[in-house]
Write a new protein. Structure first.
Length: 145
């Protein structure tokens, strides 16, 4: 699988841990930036990663900002994106099993790099449960019409 990653200056502290989780899982990644701690606008990175995932250029995405909130709100404006803002391992698991999330968002001012490593690994390796959850995810998609 190919994973698109993106962050702003508030999330860059998590980037190395996320890359380590992706590569150790045997997956590839494309880094859409940012690449320095200079202040940038998180919607720009949400857009790059969200469009890569929505178009099929990438299979999934990982986004990081200060809290994970702004960048997830922005990503969820893109049709086809189900971005889950996760702050613990249970949420990382459930967003895949129940919501078929295709992007997770995390906060560099909320969670540690160790947390981000763990949440990313869970997000990348947990399958969607389907069944009744598929019906619900289809209803989310219907809201986009
Ligand atoms: C940037 O200072 C900060 O607002 C951003 O990283 C994020 O936390 C927004 O939700």
């Amino acid at each position: 699988m190919k994973i698109a990653i993106g962050c702003d200056h508030g999330g860059i502290v998590l980037k190395d841990a996320v890359i380590r989780a992706i590569t150790e899982t045997g997956m590839e990644y494309v880094d859409y930036g940012t690449f320095t701690e200079e202040s940038v606008d998180y919607p720009d990175y949400a857009e790059k990663v969200g469009r890569a995932v929505a178009s099929g250029e990438a299979d999934r995405g990982v986004l990081m900002c200060g809290t994970g909130i702004g960048i997830s709100i922005a990503a969820n404006k893109i049709k086809g994106i189900r971005c889950a803002h996760v702050t613990d391992a249970f949420q990382a698991e459930m967003c895949r099993q129940h919501n078929d999330a295709n992007i997770i968002a995390m906060g560099g001012r909320i969670n540690s790099p160790e947390d981000a490593y763990e949440f990313t690994k869970i997000f990348l390796t947990t399958p969607f449960a389907g069944g009744r959850h598929l019906r619900r995810v289809e209803k989310i998609a219907a809201l986009e019409k």
